[in-house]
Ligand binder design. Structure first.
Ligand SMILES: [Zn+2]
Length: 323
């Protein structure tokens, strides 16, 4: 008979998620053609993928938007990383569709169909930001325990270097990403790196995060059980635009006290923007909030100076491969 001690709270078995093995994994680079770490890493692995292969896992390196890569542009017709909507994926194919919509359909055929049992298990999508965000993993669901456990594994393996986690479940701000085709989508966003530039430190950071993430999948597929844990995340709250005039032109810049301060607390009354004539515009709102993507180059066109987030701790239940 089990002793009472064994049923003490700290030994009580947590609810466990039995998850099918993750046998098919893809690594996307060049979803945005001017974010060169992913373009270079995936280009390297297309030639020789030994580094990203793991026992029991087939990993496919894939350049998501080759025409944008060729031009070193974010996209050709429209943002591929917003193109995986049900409407786009079901649109009748034809040359009149924007290039990225046709490409989204092709990616959905190769790695999806999105939302079905045939979809790839995991897609890692490699991105760079011009913001000072360091290494960030981007999650699309707070209830994907497999991904939460992967994040925890990566964070432990990377320590003492940090790896932040951005969670986007916002009903309006969540968008239809390339990686959303997979059962377990995960974004890697590393910066700061200018568009069209390769920096060795950013390249190596991205490579290391992916290595640890693939190691996790291998361990998981071997039957290792990962015990219940908690993961600290930054949840997307709100998009903040630059001040603009009646014609839509920007009238202020990110304030020097906010520039490069991604993930640092921003409270009501703190400087947020600086107008061209030197006036300070303060943040007003409940807080503190934690800004991210501060002054990201690609987001001027999306009317976004930064997003605010709040800190949260998520619980991940134990996971083990479904027998
Ligand atoms: Zn990107």
């Amino acid at each position: 008979m089990q002793s009472r001690l064994l049923s003490a709270p700290w030994t009580r078995p947590a609810v466990r998620a039995a998850t099918p093995r993750a046998g098919r994994v893809a690594v996307f680079g060049g979803t945005h053609g001017n974010e060169l770490s992913g373009v270079a890493l995936v280009g390297m692995w297309v030639k020789d993928g030994a580094e990203i292969q793991r026992s029991g896992v087939a990993t496919t390196p894939f350049i998501a938007n080759p025409r944008a890569v060729e031009r070193c542009a974010r996209y050709v017709d429209t943002d591929l990383n917003r193109a995986f909507t049900a409407e786009n994926l079901s649109a009748l194919s034809g040359d009149e569709l924007p290039y990225e919509v046709r490409r989204a359909q092709e990616i959905n055929r190769l790695f999806g169909p999105k939302g079905t049992a045939d979809a790839y298990d995991v897609i890692f999508d490699l991105h760079n930001t011009t913001s000072n965000m360091g290494c960030t993993l981007i999650l699309e669901s707070s209830s994907d325990h497999f991904v939460l456990q992967m994040v925890r594994h990566v964070q432990k393996a990377c320590a003492p270097a940090g790896c932040s986690v951005l969670l986007n479940e916002h009903p309006l701000l969540k968008y239809s990403t390339s990686r959303s085709v997979a059962k377990h989508p995960i974004g890697l966003e590393v910066g700061p790196q200018p568009q069209g530039v390769l920096r060795s430190n950013i390249f190596e950071s991205m490579r290391l995060i992916l290595k640890h993430a693939l190691d996790f999948i291998e361990l998981f597929n071997c039957g290792v059980e990962f015990p219940a844990c908690s993961v600290d995340v930054f949840r997307v709250l709100e998009r903040v635009d630059y001040p603009r005039d009646a014609n839509g032109n920007i009238t202020a810049m990110v304030h020097p006290h906010l520039q490069d301060c991604d993930w640092e607390p921003l409270s009501s009354g703190d400087p947020m923007f600086q107008t061209f004539d030197g006036r300070t515009i303060e943040y007003q709102g409940p807080g503190p909030v934690y800004p991210a993507f501060i002054n990201e180059a690609a987001y001027y066109e999306k009317q976004q100076a930064f997003v605010t987030t709040r800190r949260e701790t998520l619980s991940a239940c134990a996971v083990r491969k479904l027998q």
